[in-house]
Design a protein around this ligand. Structure first.
Ligand SMILES: NC(=O)c1ccc[n+]([C@@H]2O[C@H](COP(=O)([O-])OP(=O)(O)OC[C@H]3O[C@@H](n4cnc5c(N)ncnc54)[C@H](O)[C@@H]3O)[C@@H](O)[C@H]2O)c1
Ligand SMILES: OCCc1c[nH]c2ccccc12
Length: 283
């Protein structure tokens, strides 16, 4: 089943499930896992400059035979060389990706640009990339409320997503950020969404996932992906195994009731666990 498509703040479509290449599993050559994901039905591929695999992702995209308009490709800005513009940086990524444009261009983290006092200038550079047609949509990742507020204060184009670690064990802590994003129509794009099953195992959500998996005849992974989808955002996940890819794509018919979503919310609030991007703590 092809992943459902959401509409971004800027009117552009975004497939609700993405294949991420930012894992030590793949190193600098993500071509085989990307080819597998595309062959199984993923059309949204997530990479970043710092993953050092944009060239291999480009090779897989060039070889896949899927029309460009049916693909959704994200990459992320990590840093700028002295005197380098944001557009120049994206052009470098586009060359590696063998693309004329990306569908989504993200600021990977506010930290390096906040420290240099150039966060607003960088956002203006992101807007220039959209104006130049180098990126269909622009967004951010790992932004706290204070980072978003600085960008929103100067934005002609608001970020369409904030890609963040998102699962039941950080949702409560993220409340102020989620409220600000909802106010501005900025979508959650989650990574680490399966952490209750991968890193914070045997937490308070686990028994619920087990019982709901039995109720729906699905796996715990698919139930947790159903919770992520019920939150209305986009999920970025990954695997090197075809059967796991099919498991992810088979999650789209999990339709949790509002009460079941609320039960997972409440159980998740019983444990705080964050694995990535520690600067996102304590805002
Ligand atoms: N923007 C950022 O700062 C940032 C940070 C981290 C990751 N990412 C992106 O997000 C992508 C996905 O991140 P992730 O790997 O944390 O995602 P995830 O939480 O979806 O975990 C995926 C992993 O879970 C495993 N898994 C699935 N079901 C399982 C189960 N029932 N039991 C045990 N393991 C199971 C898979 O094999 C896979 O390795 C990365 O590849 C990267 O592209 C972005
Ligand atoms: O996306 C930021 C975290 C991350 C995932 N995979 C990586 C590979 C290199 C550097 C950072 C990352």
């Amino acid at each position: 089943m092809a992943p459902p498509v959401l509409k971004l703040l800027d009117g552009q479509p975004i497939p609700q499930l993405a294949f991420g290449t930012g894992t030590a599993l793949y190193g600098s050559d993500a071509s085989l896992p990307v080819r597998r994901a595309l062959a199984e039905g993923f059309v949204h591929i997530d990479t970043a400059q710092m993953y050092k695999n944009e060239s291999s992702v480009g090779d897989a995209l060039a070889a896949c035979g899927i029309p460009r308009a049916q693909l959704f490709v994200t990459t992320k800005l990590d840093k700028l060389a002295p005197g380098e513009s944001v557009a120049d940086s994206l052009k470098g990524s586009l060359k590696k990706l063998q693309l004329q444009y990306v569908d989504l261009w993200l600021v990977h983290s506010p930290i390096p640009f906040e420290a240099a006092g150039v966060l607003e200038e960088v956002w203006r550079g992101m807007e220039a990339c959209k104006e130049l047609g180098l990126a269909k949509s622009i967004g951010v990742s790992n932004f706290r409320p204070k980072d978003l507020e600085r960008v929103l204060a100067v934005a002609k184009e608001k970020p369409v997503v904030n890609q963040i670690e998102f699962h039941p064990y950080v949702q409560k802590q993220l409340t102020p950020l989620l409220a600000l994003m909802k106010q501005h129509g900025i979508l959650v794009e989650s990574f680490g969404g399966l952490i209750p099953l991968t890193r914070a195992t045997s937490g308070p959500v686990t028994p619920l996932l087990q019982s709901l998996a039995k109720k729906y005849g699905k796996t715990e992974t698919q139930v947790l992906m159903g919770w992520l989808r019920a939150k209305g955002g986009v999920a970025v996940t990954t695997t090197s195994k075809e059967e796991r890819l099919r498991e992810y794509l088979g999650a789209f018919d999990v339709a949790l009731t509002p009460e079941e979503v609320a039960e997972i919310d409440q159980a998740g609030a019983g444990l705080h666990f964050r694995h990535f991007q520690k600067h996102m703590e304590g805002f």
